[in-house]
Design a binder for this molecule. Structure first.
Ligand code: GRF
Length: 195
């Protein structure tokens, strides 16, 4: 399966996904890393890993123009599966419909709790005893598609949003590759990971 990874920032999840697909026998092949801005740090990491990169800037474009360009690049690369990883643009229903069933995202909360932004602070404010990340299929409803896997960890008394995010990232790096391997192989069933 030809896999494209969409990023906006450091791309730490993208790196782990690409590295996992380098294992022979993995049903996925990383064919493209696409960023919505040229300064995305993950682009240089993707190049270092030998994955073709593309930038489709969103600045100065309507959502439709931006998404049409993204779709064109994905189709040109004959992509089968799209992985959003630290991709900070909300995708329209039209775009999602075109890719529905073939587009995944990782969200740093135990969905359906804490959809949207600032998930770590919101988990702390809610007094959660556990926190985690979710890989889900992307649908038109933000952060609400079918759950494919979750990773969970305890919240410590002295945790801040920063320490929580930092402790969650390595869990994300285990979760996303595991979910992608199963998804690309057409496996059913959800992944449950524990710190
Ligand atoms: C992570 O919190 C991830 O859950 C979210 O974006 C943040 C940065 O991810 N999707 P990355 O380092 O850019 O992969």
């Amino acid at each position: 399966k030809r896999v494209a990874i969409l990023i906006s920032g450091s791309g730490s999840n993208m790196v782990k996904l690409v590295e996992s697909m380098a294992d022979s026998g993995h049903p996925g092949e990383a064919v493209l890393v696409l960023a919505n801005k040229a300064e995305a740090g993950g682009l240089t990491k993707a190049e270092a890993l030998g994955v073709p990169v593309a930038v489709v800037a969103h600045k100065g474009k309507t959502r439709e123009e931006f998404e049409a360009e993204v779709s064109a690049v994905l189709e040109a690369a004959e992509v089968d599966i799209v992985c959003l990883a630290g991709f900070m643009r909300v995708l329209s229903a039209a775009f999602v419909r075109e890719w529905q069933g073939r587009i995944l995202n990782i969200h740093p909360s135990l969905l359906p709790l804490f959809k949207g932004l600032d998930t770590h602070q919101r988990a702390l404010d809610a007094g959660m005893a556990v926190h985690g990340a979710t890989v889900h299929q992307v649908t038109a409803d933000l952060d609400a598609g079918p759950i494919l896997g979750q990773a969970v960890m305890p919240v410590h008394e002295d945790d801040t949003a920063e320490t929580l995010a930092a402790r969650l990232l390595p869990l994300e790096h285990r979760l996303y590759p595991e979910v992608l391997a199963r998804f690309a192989a057409g496996s059913r069933g959800r992944v449950a990971l524990f710190a």
